[in-house]
Design a protein around this ligand. Sequence first.
Ligand SMILES: Nc1nc2c(c(=O)[nH]1)N[C@H]1C(S)=C(S)[C@@H](COP(=O)(O)O)O[C@H]1N2
Ligand SMILES: [Mo]
Length: 352
Amino acid sequence: MMRKVKPYLTTRKLHPENQESPIHFLRSLSTPANYFYRRNHFSYPELSQSSLWIQIGGLVSSPTFLHFDDLLAMPAKSLVVPLECAGNKRAHFSPKVHGEQWEEGAISQGKWTGVPLRYILDRAGVLQNAKEVVFEGADFGKKEDVDKVIPFKRSLPLEKAMHPDTLIAYKYNDQPLSFKHGYPFRLIVPNWYAMASVKWLRKIKVIPGAFEGPFQTNDYVFYPRKKDDIGKKPVTLLNVNSAIQQPLDYSILDTGTYKIKGIAWTGEGNITSIQLSFDNGETWVNANAEQNADSPYSWVNWSYDWKADKKGEYTIQSKATDSAGRTQPLKAYWNRKGYGYNAVSKIHVKIE
Ligand SMILES: Nc1nc2c(c(=O)[nH]1)N[C@H]1C(S)=C(S)[C@@H](COP(=O)(O)O)O[C@H]1N2
Ligand SMILES: [Mo]
């Protein structure tokens, strides 16, 4: 008798909840909500009637409160957008860095539906000297490195906030947004690492300068040096990247033909090629990419039929390139907090 088996999340931490998506076992263009990775800085917020309101204030001509029902009545848009944690693949850095030791699963994607933030900002009337827009979530807690109780709060430059695809989302895969992923509303910022996509959104404030909260100026900053902050720069756009889903790392296989499968994604332009190497990078072949023209932000599923007719140990590498001319490097750009790992992906298999 066939018994149904299902994948599970991989736990990195329970309090607060940080779990990886079973990325190697999901092949669809939209991750089912229960398999979406979970990344939280604090414990989950308490919801109440007031959670259904968003406050819009700061440099706007008509400061206001919007209710969930107001949002539902506004023009909506749906987009397939991946969210990738800036710390995805951190476990692969060498030398190792502190923080959640994410492997490949701090990424998921699906269809988000919501109101373009621009629509709401235009209605509120952004004033002349506006520079950034600050987003505050309902969750809060003590942030150890600043020794203060603070909410999760980050900003976007006005230009990105006004991009027509930056959404206040209230649906995921045609269902109401689940509590763990930000119910009733979260921001969705295509092309940026997911720390920008603030969950449990409750306040939006337009400001005249650079927001300097610790999730902006302390965390989510690339620090290229171990001991000082020289050369730091903020984490924004996704790097070009890929993951090999199947076969699994260190698997033992019989001789035969195998479909090597994976995904590739980028935060600039689109994926133009995925190349694989079976001989430690001496030669590369093109994988078949399944582009989907109507979802410009989506990751690309790719595959390649590999004839493994000779016994031995192999390293399989995947390397994605995007239309901005960026390619996964052989060695990741090391940085003290371990963000943006995107070295060429590697697995090892043994053919017996
Ligand atoms: N309010 C709030 N929003 C947040 C966070 C958070 O801790 N609190 N984490 C951010 C980070 S670092 C990531 S990677 C994504 C994770 O979203 P998910 O838990 O829905 O996968 O949410 C972002 N938005
Ligand atoms: Mo993250």
